[in-house]
Design a protein around this ligand. Structure first.
Ligand SMILES: C[S@@+](CC[C@H](N)C(=O)[O-])C[C@H]1O[C@@H](n2cnc3c(N)ncnc32)[C@H](O)[C@@H]1O
Length: 348
């Protein structure tokens, strides 16, 4: 199987990885088999972590607050460029905390993902950084003798945003790299807007791809506002920051529900009478209908007979025919220029 460009670029420069090595932000498996020594690999993606388990000599950590992460333990810190710029600062801070004094940081990233701009962030903490290679549309940078950080706490990176929708106001936590940081996504707002005219028929709900827990906390507040009994809203997300944020958001707003880390619904037990979702975009890429269909079929397996799926998606995505095929007759509850909210009840 072919490796991502950044992994190929790293392999050309594997001689840079010396001593005890930590790989931070791995976004695909496959590379460990090509690397000589063991060490630690951190990914914020639950699915990647699961697929990395069992590689001899490599300890796998899920996200920035995995309890196995320890200060001053690595000689080389390999940092993969994350998509969000703010997450690079977080990743570099973790790298410096994990580093022994005088350690090396190697930064690898694709040009189209902004490695050139990201180097400013690297140089801010490691001014001696130099470019080592440019290949496979990527650049590889290296900084030696970096200054380690005495403290690192993910909590210190957490921010809070007040979100207002239909007279209900909730505080939602955020961390670098999380979806829709600091604001209510327009698609999510449209989904919440449907809940007044079309209330849910059960108070036991799954929010699939819950992000920072916005839907669950708002729904809890909405029921309180209406003087209705509290709801139980479980949430699932693949990203470690989302899991941390959703738990914090639930705690601050007094929401009941479990937050689980999972790549899709693989390995998730249980059925719910209602599933809500603002699903990840990649499950609905226009040309890849099979991914969307697979996602919906998985969803239905976790839906009680007669239960409801309500989701919001970009209007150009072909959710309607696929939901009809996989779940049951579909209604469009709301639409605007960009998004449509669909509802379907599972055939009994
Ligand atoms: C469009 S966002 C919605 C977030 C949140 N529900 C909201 O409305 O603000 C989609 C979420 O899907 C998560 N995600 C992406 N791929 C996933 C997967 N395979 N399994 C579970 N969650 C996934 C992302 O981490 C992201 O938080």
């Amino acid at each position: 199987m072919s490796l991502p460009n950044s992994h190929e670029a790293l392999l050309r420069n594997r001689h840079l990885l010396q001593g005890r090595t930590a790989l931070l932000g791995l976004s695909a498996d496959g590379i460990l088999a090509h690397l000589p020594a063991g060490g630690m690999v951190m990914s914020e993606h639950a699915g990647i972590c699961a697929s990395l388990a069992g590689h001899d000599g490599w300890q796998v950590c899920f996200g920035y607050d995995d309890p196995a992460l320890a200060a001053g333990t690595f000689d080389t810190l390999l940092v993969f460029l994350p998509k969000a710029r703010a997450e690079l600062d977080l990743r570099l801070a973790l790298a410096r905390w994990l580093a022994v004094p005088g350690a090396r940081i190697v930064l690898v990233g694709e040009k189209k993902e902004g490695i050139a701009g990201a180097v400013k962030q690297l140089k801010a903490v490691a001014p001696s950084a130099t470019k080592i290679d440019s290949a496979r549309h990527c650049q590889v940078w290296c900084a030696d003798q970096i200054e380690s950080l005495p403290e690192f706490s993910l909590q210190q990176w957490m921010t809070w945003t007040r979100i207002d929708c239909r007279s209900v106001s909730v505080e939602v936590s955020g961390l670098p790299g999380i979806f829709s940081l600091g604001e209510l996504d327009e698609g999510t707002r449209l989904l919440l807007d449907t809940l007044d005219d079309n209330p849910l028929r059960s108070g036991s709900i799954l929010d699939f791809a819950c992000g920072a827990g916005t839907i669950g906390s708002w729904l809890h507040g909405w029921h309180e506002h209406k003087g209705q009994p509290p709801v139980q809203i479980d949430g699932i997300d693949v990203q470690s920051q989302a899991v941390v944020c959703a738990r914090a958001t639930y705690e601050r707003n007094g929401v009941s529900g479990r937050i689980l880390a999972s790549d899709g619904l693989k390995g998730v037990e249980g059925r719910w009478p209602v599933i809500l979702s603002n699903p990840p975009f990649h499950t609905g890429i226009r040309t890849d209908l099979s991914m969307t269909e697979l996602f919906l079929r998985d969803l239905v397996r976790h839906l009680e007979p007669g239960g409801e799926v309500r989701l919001v998606a970009n209007s150009f995505l072909p959710y309607e025919p696929l939901m009809k095929r996989c779940i049951g007759p579909v209604e469009r509850l709301r639409e605007d220029r960009r998004f449509t909210v669909y509802r379907a009840f599972r055939r009994s």
